[in-house]
Ligand binder design. Structure first.
Ligand SMILES: *[C@@H]1O[C@H](CO)[C@@H](O)[C@H](O)[C@H]1NC(C)=O
Ligand SMILES: *[C@@H]1O[C@H](CO)[C@@H](O)[C@H](O)[C@H]1NC(C)=O
Ligand SMILES: *[C@@H]1O[C@H](CO)[C@@H](O)[C@H](O)[C@H]1NC(C)=O
Ligand SMILES: *[C@@H]1O[C@H](CO)[C@@H](O)[C@H](O)[C@H]1NC(C)=O
Length: 201
């Protein structure tokens, strides 16, 4: 949908009544919503095994016809939408950071959480959330170490200033203080029909 339309609808998010669960294979991208904050309407991006608000996705494709992408698309609740055999799962590590598994590996640090993550479709956009460990969704934490997202100069974008964590009081965040983090709504924008990239790196 158009960005301007999103902008107009974002304040209404809280008023959208819950709808039933989508089919598990729905794909979507995520935009943060927290009005009057520095993290209002930034794209959620996967890069360097972590997630960020802003910047670009970091992807790789060795296969002609399968494009690299600077956008991040999620499918089946908590997987990146990829072609690479084995797929790439999204999880929360023991520090509370939202992360994704590297290609050709299912490795997650001991004590990681695989959910529950939930995608709830809506009329214009849906919602994505994480409620494992009693978390109420996600938060954006100031970080100055997002260099992974600008490594690929070809699609350089400003380095993201916020890293995404599960909204947990005991998260270990880059600034050392969870109070520096900003909770946000994860708006899910349907991305059905997008060609999946090969892998996120
Ligand atoms: C997305 O595509 C899948 C698979 O074709 C379908 O089951 C699902 O309902 C679609 N979701 C949306 C939101 O269009
Ligand atoms: C993302 O990629 C598209 C085409 O591949 C390009 O037009 C667009 O400018 C890129 N966006 C950013 C933020 O780099
Ligand atoms: C953080 O708190 C949650 C909820 O109480 C708990 O499940 C989790 O184990 C804690 N994590 C750490 C690393 O202490
Ligand atoms: C970068 O962020 C990660 C994830 O929060 C953190 O573990 C690490 O200490 C940070 N590194 C630096 C140099 O700030």
């Amino acid at each position: 949908m158009k960005f301007s339309a999103l902008l107009a609808l974002a304040p209404l998010v809280a008023a959208i009544p819950g709808s039933k669960q989508a089919s598990s294979d729905a794909s979507f991208s995520v935009m943060s919503a927290r009005s009057a904050s520095p993290v209002h309407l930034l794209p959620l991006n996967a890069a360097g095994s972590y997630f960020w608000l802003g910047g670009n996705a970091q992807t790789y494709s060795p296969v002609e016809g399968i494009p690299e992408s600077n956008q991040t698309v999620i499918t089946a609740g908590h997987y990146l939408d990829v072609v690479v055999p084995g797929g790439q799962a999204i999880y929360v590590d023991p520090k509370g950071a939202l992360r994704f598994t590297t290609p050709h590996s299912a490795y997650e640090p001991a004590g990681s959480s695989d959910g529950p993550f939930a995608y709830t479709p809506g009329t214009s956009f849906g919602h994505w959330s994480y409620t494992g460990q009693g978390a109420s969704g996600f938060m954006a934490c100031p970080s100055s170490n997002s260099t992974a997202t600008v490594r690929r100069g070809r699609r350089a974008a400003a380095a993201p200033k916020y890293q995404v964590f599960a909204a947990l009081k005991n998260a270990t965040v880059p600034s050392g203080n969870v109070a520096d983090c900003i909770g946000f709504d994860a708006l899910a924008i349907a991305a059905n029909g997008t060609t999946p990239t090969w892998e996120y790196i």
